[in-house]
Design a protein around this ligand. Structure first.
Ligand code: URA
Length: 251
């Protein structure tokens, strides 16, 4: 693939902008995976094998990804909307190319796979793969998600029982139940859900007679939030992690 096309596909701007960056000497390419320093490429039409290519644009290293699958550690006080109403958008935590990746000729960028509330922290996936978003959000798929819930009142066995046997939420006559629920300490529970209704954890806990004081998503599928990913940081998912987020923990 031509270098200008590679840059374009990764969200570095229009084809014309990408060609300009290369011609102005702002792009260097790593010769292979073991290369320590990238070498300048000035001809925008130079061909490279895109898969596995690493390059540097205006001093920033980038790796080619045909599709983007990234993990963000969402901090509290951020909204999952592109047009937030009161708090900064999570999208401001991502580098510009991830927000500008083109799809079918239009700038789409990555989109969050489902949403977390403004005050919820933890694992959030983002991708430009619409099929993946659809699959992950499908109620039929039952991808488990684990939430660590800090409660206002002490954990009682009856609360855990109610969450496991099912509580009725206002808009749904069918009881919703947690796939798993255990006390972590006197004030905290770990709750596993396989669906994603609006404010589901907060509403389930309220319906079971307690109140959520803090909410943190610690696991999606069989992947846990990596401890070295600080709030506000993002990183690419490895192929193994991409599998893991779609897979239930074996019983
Ligand atoms: N359930 C909630 O109530 N809020 C979230 O952010 C996620 C799940």
């Amino acid at each position: 693939m031509e270098l200008q096309e590679i840059l374009y596909s990764q969200g570095f701007g229009t084809r014309r902008v990408c060609a300009g960056l290369i011609q102005q000497g702002k792009v260097q390419v790593y010769a292979d995976n073991s290369a320590v320093e990238p070498v300048p490429v000035a001809d925008a039409a130079t061909e490279f094998v895109a898969d596995g290519l690493r390059f540097r644009v205006m001093g920033v290293d980038w790796a080619y990804h045909e599709k983007a699958y990234v993990l963000l550690h969402k901090p509290a006080g951020t909204e999952c909307s592109q047009k937030p109403s009161a708090w900064p958008s999570i999208y401001t935590l991502l580098p510009a190319p991830l927000r500008s990746r083109p799809q079918k000729g239009a700038v789409q960028g990555v989109q969050a796979v489902g949403r977390l509330d403004q005050d919820t922290t933890g694992m959030l996936l983002l991708t430009d793969d619409g099929t993946f978003i659809h699959r992950m959000n499908s109620p039929k798929r039952h991808v488990p998600k684990v939430y660590e819930v800090t409660l206002k009142h002490a954990v009682e066995p009856a609360l855990v029982q109610r969450l496991l046997s099912g509580v009725v939420l206002d808009d749904d006559p069918q009881p919703v139940r947690a796939a798993a629920c255990e006390a972590l300490d006197a004030q905290r529970i770990a709750l596993t859900l396989t669906e994603g209704k609006y404010h589901q954890v907060k509403r389930m806990v309220a319906a079971a007679g307690n109140r959520v004081e803090a909410l943190h998503r610690s696991q999606i599928g069989s992947m846990q939030l990596p401890p070295d990913l600080a709030p506000g940081q993002w990183r690419w998912l490895s192929p193994t992690e991409l599998q893991a987020v779609q897979t239930a923990v074996p019983a």
